[in-house]
Design a protein around this ligand. Structure first.
Ligand code: FES
Length: 352
């Protein structure tokens, strides 16, 4: 699952963010092949011994058919973030980090059409890979990027996006909204809210013909853009989202009286099954992890979707869900890190 990868470079992007480039040895290139938009899960042991996992999106293009020789992720130091502080302040070329091969369903495989993204802050990272891969490999594709940042100085991958625009001047349209700087005409100032996005998008592009919308960033921007796209009549199936930061996502815990006491969870993982009692208050992921250290997870916050499993039997309550689409819920998928049993028997299939 996890592989030790060597750090090739650490390039400073802003005061609080770096681009971290890892070398992928030839034997692992096939396994580390990715679709633009996917992320890597890093494993790190904090000073107090607890194991941390964090997801970071690959920002480099997926342009090597045999798999990448290098992978770059953008890491911003967030307040209180143990792993991001470690990467931004301590990690150096030659160090080794434990990394899981790319996963994630927030993806854009190149195809003809007009695609658009709205990003905030570090939400640019997966979208940079999407746009770069799409424009380099699909001559019939166009991309519109509306990115929101506080200031030019705090903007990650400012030059990389400008270079991409220079390489594809007619096919990449870029609008940069800076909330703390004076704006160019038409953009107004301050945060992008639903009303401003609803007014802005039709002026930028033919909204109804966009084949796919990719929203990535903090919850406020994602909610505002979703609202704007709804108001503009865009089909929900064309809108793909990835939330960054679990902290600002609201939760709806199940009333304790409704969760089943003495419940048992049966889980299938890598073809092997087991059944274990669920301790009061714990999530199904916690139950499975106590018995199977290889259970998949990263954020434990209902945001990344790494712990997705198919609910084969029983019922669960999810405290929050910012990862699964309505179709996945309908098909019976749940987030194990957010699930509590509502029935005495619950069965999860992590391989489905
Ligand atoms: S581990 Fe991220 S959603 Fe469950």
């Amino acid at each position: 699952m996890f592989h030790p990868l060597r750090v090739a470079r650490v390039d400073r992007l802003t005061d609080d963010a770096v681009a971290l480039t890892l070398t992928v040895p030839p034997a692992l290139r096939e396994e580390f092949r990715f679709i633009p938009g996917q992320h890597l899960t890093f494993r790190h042991r904090a000073a107090d011994g607890t194991e941390l996992r964090r997801n970071y999106s690959v920002c480099t293009p997926a342009d090597a058919p045999a798999g990448p020789s290098e992978l770059t992720v953008g890491v911003r130091h967030i307040t209180g973030g143990t792993f991001s502080a470690h990467v931004v302040k301590e990690v150096a070329p030659g160090d080794t980090l434990d990394v899981m091969p790319p996963t994630g369903r927030f993806t854009l495989a190149p195809r003809p059409g007009h695609f658009a993204a709205v990003t905030g802050g570090s939400g640019i990272t997966p979208v940079l890979s999407m746009a770069a891969t799409l424009l380099a490999t699909e001559p019939e594709a166009r991309f519109t990027l509306l990115r929101a940042d506080r200031s030019a100085a705090s903007t990650m991958f400012l030059e990389e996006v400008a270079d991409l625009k220079d390489r594809h001047p007619g096919r990449l349209q870029l609008v940069h909204a800076l909330s703390r700087e004076e704006q160019q005409a038409g953009l107004g100032s301050g945060r992008l809210d639903a009303a401003r996005i609803t007014a802005l998008l039709p002026a930028l592009l033919p909204v109804g013909t966009v084949a796919g919308w990719y929203l990535c960033g903090p919850l406020g921007l994602i909610d505002a853009t979703r609202q704007a796209l709804r108001d503009l009549g865009v089909d929900r199936e064309r809108v793909h989202t990835e939330l960054f930061h679990a902290d600002d996502a609201p939760a709806a815990p199940a009333p304790a009286a409704e969760t089943a006491t003495d419940a048992t969870v049966t889980a299938t993982l890598d073809g092997r099954s087991g059944s274990w009692p669920v301790q009061p208050g714990e999530t199904l992921l916690e139950t499975v992890l106590r018995n199977r250290a290889d259970a998949p997870y990263a954020c434990k916050g209902g945001v990344c979707g790494t712990c997705r499993a198919h609910l084969v039997r029983g019922e669960v309550h999810m405290d929050r869900n910012f990862a699964l689409e309505p179709e996945e819920l309908e098909a019976g998928y749940v987030l194990a890190c957010q699930s509590h049993p509502l029935t005495g028997q619950v069965e999860l299939d992590f391989d489905a």
